[in-house]
Write a protein of this length. Structure first.
Length: 313
């Protein structure tokens, strides 16, 4: 099973190390970014493949400072690269899980969107997010404690955006009110970390932006999924009756609850779960949630010795 993370745990360096260490990763990345760069060109962005895979790749700061959508296209491309490399090594997954932005890659991996249209949807979302002022803060505590911190700060617009596990929650709101939450967290010995993302998301105030994103995605053809796609926002696997543009747009206004969807995934009894991204935060949550299940969890680009993408015998 493949897990597709959101935007809070992305490392250019992890991609660079992977493609230099593993030939299958290099091949997958070249093929994926060749397609994505066609979309980048039509959207007025520089080609990402030569930049990310070349001799002088950008830093995370340089990528973030580039044109709107460059970072999101890079993250989407990396997720698809890991997915394709894993498929070559182990075959298609039993199912996939999408968390927030990762739902676009999850649906693309399952064949609902083509690679080109998945990249277009990733760029569409980036453009919408650029008009969503505010921020996101990670609190190292259970959801109940996070809600107590929010209440204690006396804020008006901060909400729980993502529940990663019983140790990690992301909250969303205006920059000023997030600062109040972070101050209250420090006073109550809860670690708070502002994510390096210049927007807010998973917030009910973003209804207009959500509608704009749904309208953009509705322009793309969609096929039936080759395997189940589980959504941390919907809290279930999508069905043929779902309005998928609307469901994708729900990621802007509704919270994502990772434990709920991972408990459902455990019922499928996967032998191994891979994080299809550059980090390991989602894999860490999966280990915490699936601790009572005989499931191996791996983050191929973040864990030492995980490349090439083989499994222990």
């Amino acid at each position: 099973m493949h897990l597709f993370p959101g935007q809070g745990d992305f490392s250019v360096g992890a991609l660079v190390r992977a493609v230099r260490a593993d030939a299958s990763m290099r091949t997958a990345a070249e093929q994926v970014f060749e397609a994505i760069d066609g979309v980048a060109g039509e959207r007025g962005l520089r080609p990402l493949g030569p930049w990310l895979l070349g001799p002088t790749p950008p830093t995370a700061r340089e990528l973030a400072a580039d044109a709107v959508g460059a970072a999101q296209l890079a993250l989407f491309g990396v997720s698809m690269t890991v997915h394709h490399a894993l498929c070559r090594a182990h075959g298609e997954p039993l199912a996939v899980v999408g968390v927030s932005f990762g739902e676009i890659a999850a649906l693309t991996a399952a064949g609902v969107l083509t690679l080109d249209d998945g990249a277009r949807a990733a760029h569409d979302l980036a453009r919408v997010l650029s008009s969503c002022p505010g921020g996101l803060t990670l609190l190292s505590c259970p959801e109940r404690t996070a809600r107590d911190v929010i209440d204690g700060a006396g804020t008006q617009d901060v909400v729980v955006a993502v529940v990663n596990d019983d140790r990690s929650v992301v909250v969303a709101g205006s920059v000023a009110e997030l600062a109040r939450v972070e101050k209250t967290a420090a006073e109550t010995k809860v670690t708070a970390l502002r994510l390096r993302l210049p927007f807010t998301s998973h917030h009910p105030a973003l209804q207009a932006e959500s509608e704009a994103f749904a309208a953009a995605v509705r322009a793309y053809d969609r096929a039936e999924a080759r395997f189940p796609v589980h959504s941390a926002v919907a809290g279930r696997a999508y069905t043929v009756g779902d309005d998928l543009p609307r469901r994708l747009a729900d990621c802007l206004v509704r919270p994502a609850r990772v434990p709920d969807v991972l408990h459902q995934v455990a019922l499928c009894e996967p032998d191994v779960v891979f994080e299809a991204g550059t980090g390991s935060a989602l894999a860490s949550s999966a280990r915490a949630v699936l601790s009572r299940h005989p499931t191996l969890v791996r983050a191929p680009l973040a864990e030492p010795g995980a490349l090439p993408m083989t499994l222990p015998r």
